[in-house]
Design a protein around this ligand. Structure first.
Ligand SMILES: [Zn+2]
Length: 694
């Protein structure tokens, strides 16, 4: 505020009171408009003064007693637009949502992410998401990229977090076991814990490390070799004690209602049968963070197996009312060496009892020849292969990886635009990938800036002289949706309908992978192709294309009600009447091409499948197909009245007849309540062709 007022201004001062955005009442002061225009948009003083005068005139004519600062800003914006000062208008505008939409969010919530319950934290998140999404599209991204997203050529995932956090991450528990835990990253705002001296604390540190990390990441948080790194803490314990610890961990992660606006942490753990060869000679981190060269993980084979079994039994039991645990997602690694170990068969039957009852386990198939000794699976479906520097980290006790950002290419759109011309199709494909690359490069700069600014404290913790998060070591993920519909539009046949369509599909994804590899070489960064978990993208892009291309758009679902969707990534249409192994053969061919993550789904039709038969099926998938990562999905009906859980999607409870039921199924790469799904995904659920094992 200037110290003195000129006389003309004094005369005007009292004509109006302004409700400011700082919750104060102030007298109208034209010079505040001038000052803010110059400060926020950089336009000249002359134009600013001219605009301020005009605004004052406009307001005077309205003869108001009060006016709000946001309304003054809107009037200024109109004056800027009248002068064609569009850039200045973009800088000067406000972000926010209409009162009507705020009311909807407060009273009803939204159904974009199935994990979001309607609760006070979520309401805050949704309101904040609105502003942050607008900010990303208006300020962080140049117009052509924001428009490409809005038009539906590409889909930028997690836009609400685009300017604040990277996507997902996989942590190395050994580092926290050895060094203790600072949940705020600095130890200045919260208590600092030293290395865990006993198993209970180690378990709590594992859970809290993921929760703390979630506050700095948009997506999933994973712990690889979970039962291996914790095995030394189980030494000398009875199986009963170990099971209690397993239960404690799973409850912690499925009950800590903490991050990203009242959700549990999006978490997963990788479970090994015993200690894999690659870990056996590594010096073990022991209680108290002690490391002795003479004691290696190989010394804790028995404990690792006991802990794996205990975790699996907890998953099998479900929660207190008999519901499954959705998080942490358990990834079971299938290694050739496991088959030689005693008790493996029995263990896997236990795992498949969980599959039969709840469908919770995921399988990582290291038997597939194209995958290395270890891959890192986390989040919805990220499966990353380590490079040499990763193995170095692995030896040094702090292997860590993740994805910076995912951008999905709308494949059907490319088919509509290329009118059957192959050359045009591949041209557009590369063009769209370049848009995705631009987005991800901007994201990189943003995250580096945030790390410097100190707003990602968990990520800037020091690990042997390096930050915990290394922007140039994580992958840049380019995903895709609707290969099946692209093929139908371009070749006239769907993925499963002819070998030619399938081959052309492989050519498309191969081209994407080649481009990503070229970029990796060119930049020294890791560009990967991933099967996008298109929970909202498959619905949003189908809707946009239907609007844009009407009769030309090939979508699944119900066009009349708008419950439409694209088939995920390179999957066979969910409703296609194709035998299971034919489906897995068609889809498996794409898995080696998706070096940033893949996932196949087997939708189970029976309400209580036989675990032995399921295990036989798993072995067959692991040895006879190229599927790298998959899960069996069993639908469930939960009765709110009598708490009975039964298999299948049922309108009423088979136990008490009540129609007050909730359904559970796997939306993409995780389980959730069906009532939280968007219309497209709900339609997909009913379209899914399920298999019976007989
Ligand atoms: Zn009931």
């Amino acid at each position: 505020m200037p110290e003195t007022f000129d006389t003309e201004y004094d005369h005007n001062k009292e004509f109006l009171t302004v409700r400011t955005s700082r919750n104060m009442l102030e007298s109208f002061d034209r010079r505040k408009i001038v000052q803010s225009l110059i400060k926020e948009t950089g336009i000249s003083k002359e134009i600013a003064e001219e605009i301020a005068l005009e605004v004052e005139e406009t307001i005077k004519k309205l003869k108001l007693k009060f006016i709000s600062a946001p309304l003054i800003r809107e009037i200024v914006n109109v004056k800027l637009l009248e002068r064609r000062l569009e850039d200045a208008r973009r800088d000067y505008t406000r972000l926010g949502l209409p009162v009507y939409d705020a009311t909807q969010i407060i009273e009803k919530g939204v159904r974009e992410n199935a994990n979001l319950q309607h609760n006070p934290e979520t309401i805050h998140k949704l309101v904040a998401d609105w502003v942050m999404k607008e900010y990303a599209l208006l300020k962080a991204l140049p117009l052509h990229l924001a428009d490409a997203h809005m038009r539906g050529e590409i889909h930028i995932h997690d836009l609400e977090y685009f300017v604040t956090r990277p996507y997902c991450f996989q942590h190395d528990l050994r580092w926290f076991l050895k060094n203790g835990l600072k949940v705020d990253g600095t130890g200045e705002n919260t208590a600092v814990a030293g290395p865990a001296k006993n198993a209970e604390v180690a378990i709590l540190h594992a859970a809290k490390a993921l929760a703390a990390a979630q506050t700095n990441f948009a997506g999933g948080q994973g712990l690889d070799f979970f039962n291996v790194w914790l095995a030394p803490y189980m030494a000398g314990k009875t199986y009963k004690e170990i099971k209690q610890l397993a239960q404690m961990f799973i409850y912690e992660l499925s009950q800590m209602y903490v991050a990203r606006g009242g959700q549990v942490v999006f978490s997963d753990i990788d479970i090994e049968y015993g200690v894999p060869k690659i870990c056996q000679d590594l010096p073990a981190v022991l209680p108290g963070g002690v490391v002795k060269d003479s004691i290696t993980y190989g010394d804790f084979e028995e404990e690792a197996i006991m802990f794996a079994r205990a975790l699996t039994e907890v998953y099998l039991e479900g929660d207190y009312v008999g519901k499954p645990f959705f998080f942490p997602k358990p990834n079971y690694k299938l290694r050739r060496e496991c088959f030689k170990k005693e008790g493996f068969d029995e263990f896997m039957i236990l795992v498949h009892k969980v599959v039969a009852k709840y469908g919770s386990p995921y399988f990582l198939n290291l038997l597939a020849g194209y995958l290395p000794d270890n891959v890192f699976a986390q989040c919805c479906r990220l499966v990353l292969s380590p490079d040499n520097t990763d193995w170095e980290d692995f030896k040094n006790g702090c292997m860590r990886t993740g994805s910076l950002q995912v951008v999905t290419i709308n494949l059907p759109r490319i088919a509509y635009e290329s009118n059957g011309n192959d050359e045009k199709l591949f041209e557009l494909l590369e063009e769209r990938m370049k848009l995705a690359r631009e987005v991800i490069e901007i994201k990189r700069d943003i995250i580096l800036k945030r790390m410097k600014q100190g707003s990602l404290p968990f990520l800037t913790q020091d690990v042997n002289g390096e930050p915990y998060y290394r922007v140039d070591k994580v992958v840049r993920s380019i995903g895709f949706v609707g290969l099946n519909e692209m093929l139908k539009a371009h070749t006239g046949e769907e993925l499963h309908e002819s070998k030619d369509a399938w081959r052309f599909g492989l050519e498309v994804i191969k081209r994407m992978m080649d481009i990503a590899m070229e970029w990796s070489e060119e930049t020294g960064q890791r560009w990967v192709i991933t099967q996008t978990p298109a929970e909202s993208a498959s619905h949003r892009l189908a809707l946009l294309d239907l609007k844009e291309f009407n009769g030309k758009a090939v979508v699944q679902g119900d066009v009349k009600t708008g419950a439409v969707y694209y088939t995920n990534s390179s999957h066979v249409r969910v409703s296609a009447d194709v035998p299971l192994f034919e489906r897995l053969r068609i889809e498996g061919a794409f898995h080696p091409l998706c070096n940033g993550g893949m996932m196949a789904h087997v939708w189970i039709g029976e309400s209580s499948p036989n675990p032995e038969l399921l295990w036989e099926l798993t072995k067959k998938i692991a040895t006879k197909t190229l599927i790298g990562y998959w899960a069996y999905t069993k639908d469930m009906t939960f009765c709110r009245d009598c708490k009975n859980l039964s298999g299948g999607i049922k309108k009423s409870c088979p136990n008490c007849g009540s129609s007050n039921v909730e359904w559970y199924s796997r939306v993409t790469g995780y389980y959730q309540r069906v009532s939280g799904w968007n219309d497209g995904k709900r339609k997909e659920l009913f379209d899914r062709k399920r298999v019976n094992l007989g």
